[in-house]
Design a protein around this ligand. Sequence first.
Ligand SMILES: CC(C)(COP(=O)(O)OP(=O)(O)OC[C@H]1O[C@@H](n2cnc3c(N)ncnc32)[C@H](O)[C@@H]1OP(=O)(O)O)[C@@H](O)C(=O)NCCC(=O)NCCS
Length: 137
Amino acid sequence: MMSYKVGNKLKLDEVIGLYKDSTLGKRRPVKDRKRFLKMIKNANLVVTAWDNKKIVGIARAVSDFSYVTYLSDLAVRKAYQKKGIGKMLIKKIRQKSGPKTKIVLLAAPASKKYYPHIGFEQHNSVWLLKPDKKLKG
Ligand SMILES: CC(C)(COP(=O)(O)OP(=O)(O)OC[C@H]1O[C@@H](n2cnc3c(N)ncnc32)[C@H](O)[C@@H]1OP(=O)(O)O)[C@@H](O)C(=O)NCCC(=O)NCCS
């Protein structure tokens, strides 16, 4: 039976296992446990999917619960993909974010076609300031 939980009190190794098994682990600092723990602890909106006691999916977000929710990570274990879990995790994030709150994210290459498929619009004005870049001027 699949169930969903809101909250970030999660076991670090279980979450790392999930990221690795979804493939998203390749694009996140799973080897830097201290940093990864901070990512989980300081995210203020986390929804997880469970198959009994096994964590099988996660949506990790930062939200002001009023204007915008940044969906940092969405990951579902490979064996559980394409069963509606990703979409349900986003639904739960949306419900918790509030009715006027938009969701913003940067898609990983593997999910480029996923987001438009489930209704997201592409925005052509996303700007990044990477940590190693200096602010000019
Ligand atoms: C992307 C991901 C989270 C989707 O989760 P999921 O539980 O497999 O997706 P869902 O079952 O909710 O899929 C909903 C719909 O999208 C489709 N879909 C799923 N993955 C897709 C993909 N990669 N590209 C296009 N469509 C996809 C499903 O077939 C389904 O279509 P339908 O409603 O017409 O039947 C999951 O595949 C994953 O963890 N991928 C690896 C990590 C990753 O890239 N995460 C995104 C980081 S931003």
